[in-house]
Design a protein around this ligand. Structure first.
Ligand code: GLN
Ligand code: ZN
Length: 758
């Protein structure tokens, strides 16, 4: 009989109880015991919910006190060597120390979990001696069994994925590390087996990338070792986020189940089944319900997919499950009271996805009698939304279609524009600027709250914002910056601010997802065609410009960043969504220009986040991402200077795309990996205006002049001084006023030194 399964449940709680508990503990307001009991309650609630819904295989050990990769590392006693550790179970203070830093040791690096917006803590193997400090999956299994009578399915990050995501070792040492880790995995699995565990889910998302021959051999070694050490335990080798690359080799592994993503890897995985079939002695974990998207599934459509699968796999060999852990979606739609019913009915967050899995399983089993009504309701809601007029703007669709063959070029090539711009702006060598935002103090946030609660009128709030702009224009002039900004005081967040002013967006009240640690984000939903409604940034920018003779840079968030930081509709390609956003932003760019703003920055910090996992898909994505940026910015006059900003340092593999965006000036984060970035300019040339961040804005520390001078000098060894700008790494909204002013003064002093030496 077909079974249902889930791969992981969100930790944060419907009311973000998890976040609140963690932060209270960090602030010293909650004792460790209290934290543990609050989190246990939450964890058990989540398990109970899945039990009540009727999920057959409920994941355990998917819960975490921060991040599951950090859990895996600490379970193996893998502690960065700058922390002191005497062995044994890792105490919570050390665990959080690694995640967040202590006064003596910096935090471990965190990085994106594949192509999601979840960030994990990168394990540092250097100097570690792996031991099993505690069997976390076993503890989780026992808890679920004892407290709720649940026969849980322990989830473990697989050895190959764990090693691939770790750092602090050279690739030639991979086998040595694997040899150290394997016995620990075996011990975990043996203990699980003797406890009576039936299924474990071993997550190996790395199998969606192309593995080398060596890695394929390692994979074989790993799973053959497991098979002979724990022959009675059923292993579900779980992949997600894309189709597996080496299906042929993977189906030969001696595991009892293979989990495949039939949402994000649908065509690839189907093609593999079609050409190579599926082994009769394995179970197929059919990830048909999207674990990362927020949309209700058409269960009729999903039945079609299942029908295709049963062409290769016997129905009793199939487990119906989510495509990946539900960690990436909010908890439940049920608390949303402000969304229109059409939209609300079209959404499915974690809890609703579990319902879909269960319903689909019932249907597939043939228990049709009691589910016909539910099935019909699903189809009705799905179709109503698909056909809804509220999502369609003929004029926008026509405009985008008419752009199809355009190249979106500025009138003049960069070299000539540059001359025209120099003539107009008369900027000194090494112009100084900032990235856009200035400190969002408690006062600024308070003012916004009062206004949102209608305790302040629009005019009162606007007056407050103008005062902040007054203060900061004066400060910037005093500090001696060349290109000023208005400070973004009116914005909460660089996506929400624009989304609220454009057509096609909706906002949830409670649609939070974990981004890293306790940090949660509430992405807007792009549900319909995006359209420009009215000017969004002109008033504040124009006001700032009226206060000074120096140029004020307008400040917009780029199309790709808005898209990548939102949940987006799935009925049209992402490319089209990007163009719609770009077209709306173009109208804002033009409005700023007509209002006399001659420098406009279009931030694209999130371009990299949308990069497809498969190498062969990346060029296409980058091509349309670049095109969207150009669509938004190409219509301005030659003398109007287009800036852009990006926040990351891995620049080398994207340098050509960044160049093709054709911005007159780019500012980019540098200070945290200065060497690597400079190196990329040694091997690539970049021939447009560029500002490398000369100080890290993530810390309240005021960098001194000498430090910044060193950064500038090093950069000037590889970059053309005539095109070089000086700026901080990123926006300053999280900093305090005093440290910001002090840091910028030092930055200007370092610039003056550089000028006098040039
Ligand atoms: N202009 C934005 C700011 O300064 C850019 C933020 C970002 O790059 N993430 O806040
Ligand atoms: Zn940035």
């Amino acid at each position: 009989m077909m079974k249902s399964s889930n791969l992981g449940y969100p930790r944060i709680g419907a009311d973000r109880e998890w976040k609140k508990a963690l932060e209270a503990f960090w602030a010293g307001k909650l004792q460790e015991e209290e934290l543990r009991s609050q989190l246990q309650e939450l964890r058990l609630n989540h398990l109970k919910k899945q039990q009540e819904k009727g999920i057959d295989y409920i994941p355990v050990n998917d819960f975490s006190y921060y991040d599951h990769i950090l859990d895996t590392a600490t379970m193996f006693g893998i502690i960065p060597k700058r922390f002191s550790y005497d062995g044994g179970v890792v105490p919570l203070s050390l665990y959080y120390g690694i995640a967040r830093g202590t006064k003596d040791a910096t935090a471990s690096e965190m990085t994106k979990w594949f192509n999601t917006n979840y960030h994990y803590i990168v394990p540092e193997l250097d100097g570690a001696v792996p031991v099993l400090t505690e069997n976390k999956p076993l503890i989780a299994y026992r808890e679920a069994k004892e407290k709720l009578g649940i026969e849980g399915k322990p989830v473990i990050v697989g050895p190959l994925t764990f090693l691939k995501l770790s750092k602090g070792y050279s690739r030639t040492e991979t086998d040595a590390w694997l040899n150290q880790l394997l016995p620990l995995y075996v011990q975990i699995l043996q203990e699980l087996a003797s406890e009576g565990v039936q299924w474990v889910q071993i997550d190996e998302p790395i199998l969606t990338s192309k593995l080398s021959v060596e890695d394929l051999n390692r994979l074989k070694t790993i799973y053959e070792t497991f098979a002979s050490a724990v022959p009675t335990l059923n292993i579900m080798l779980q992949t997600y986020f894309e189709s597996v690359e080496q299906y042929k080799e993977i189906i030969q592994l001696p595991v009892q189940g293979l989990g495949l993503d039939f949402v994000h890897g649908l065509s690839g995985n189907l093609a593999s089944l079609q050409s190579l079939g599926f082994p009769e002695n394995k179970v197929l974990g059919a990830g048909v319900i999207d674990g990362r998207g927020i949309w209700k599934a058409s269960l009729r459509g999903k039945q079609e997919v299942l029908k295709k699968l049963t062409g290769y796999v016997k129905p009793e060999q199939i487990i119906i499950q989510s495509s990946c852990s539900l960690l990436h979606v909010p908890v439940t739609v049920s608390y949303e009271t402000k969304l229109g019913s059409e939209l609300k009915d079209a959404l499915a967050f974690a809890d609703e996805k579990l319902d879909e899995i269960v319903l689909l399983t019932k249907v597939a089993r043939g228990d049709v009698t009691d589910v016909t009504a539910e099935l019909e309701e699903n189809e009705r809601a799905y179709q109503t939304f698909q056909l809804s007029d509220k999502r369609k703007r003929e004029d926008i669709q026509q405009a985008i279609a008419s752009f199809a063959d355009q190249k979106f070029e500025r009138h003049l090539p960069f070299a000539e524009r540059h001359q025209a711009q120099q003539k107009k702006w008369q900027l000194p060598i090494f112009p100084t600027t900032t990235i856009g935002s200035f400190p969002q103090t408690a006062e600024v946030r308070k003012a916004r709250q009062l206004w949102r609660k209608n305790e302040w009128s629009n005019e009162q709030y606007a007056e407050f914002i103008r005062k902040e702009i007054d203060i900061w224009i004066k400060l910037q002039e005093e500090i001696g910056l060349d290109v000023l900004v208005h400070g973004e005081f009116e914005r909460t967040d660089m996506v929400e601010f624009f989304g609220e002013k454009l057509e096609g967006f909706a906002f949830t009240q409670n649609g939070w997802v974990q981004s890293y640690g306790s940090r949660c984000v509430k992405p807007p939903i792009i549900y319909g065609d995006v359209a420009f409604l009215k000017e969004m940034t002109v008033e504040e920018t124009k006001y700032a410009q009226s206060l000074t003779d120096r140029p004020v840079k307008g400040m917009l968030t780029g199309p790709i960043t808005i898209m990548n930081w939102s949940f987006v509709r799935e009925d049209i390609p992402r490319e089209q969504i990007a163009y719609q956003l770009a077209y709306a932003l173009r109208q804002e760019v033009e409005a700023l220009e007509s209002a006399g703003i001659g420098m406009i920055q279009v931030d694209e910090p999130a371009v990299r986040e949308g990069l497809p996992l498969k190498d062969e898909d990346q060029a296409e994505y980058l091509a349309w991402a670049v095109k969207a940026f150009r669509l938004a910015t190409c219509t301005v006059q030659d003398t109007t200077q287009i800036h852009t900003h990006m926040c990351y340092c891995e620049f080398h593999d994207m340098i050509h795309s960044i160049d093709a965006m054709d911005a007159d000036v780019i500012s980019i984060e540098t200070s945290r990996s200065h060497g690597e970035l400079i190196h990329s300019f040694e091997v690539n040339t970049y021939t447009k205006g560029i500002g490398l961040g000369v100080y890290d804005i993530h810390s309240p520390r005021v960098p001194d002049v000498a430090e910044m001078t060193a950064m500038i000098e090093r950069a000037l060894q590889v970059l053309d001084p005539k095109l070089f700008w000086i700026n901080p790494d990123c926006g300053l909204k999280t900093r305090g006023q005093e440290e910001t002013v002090a840091s910028l003064r030092n930055m200007v002093e370092a610039t003056q030194l550089a000028r006098s030496n040039s």
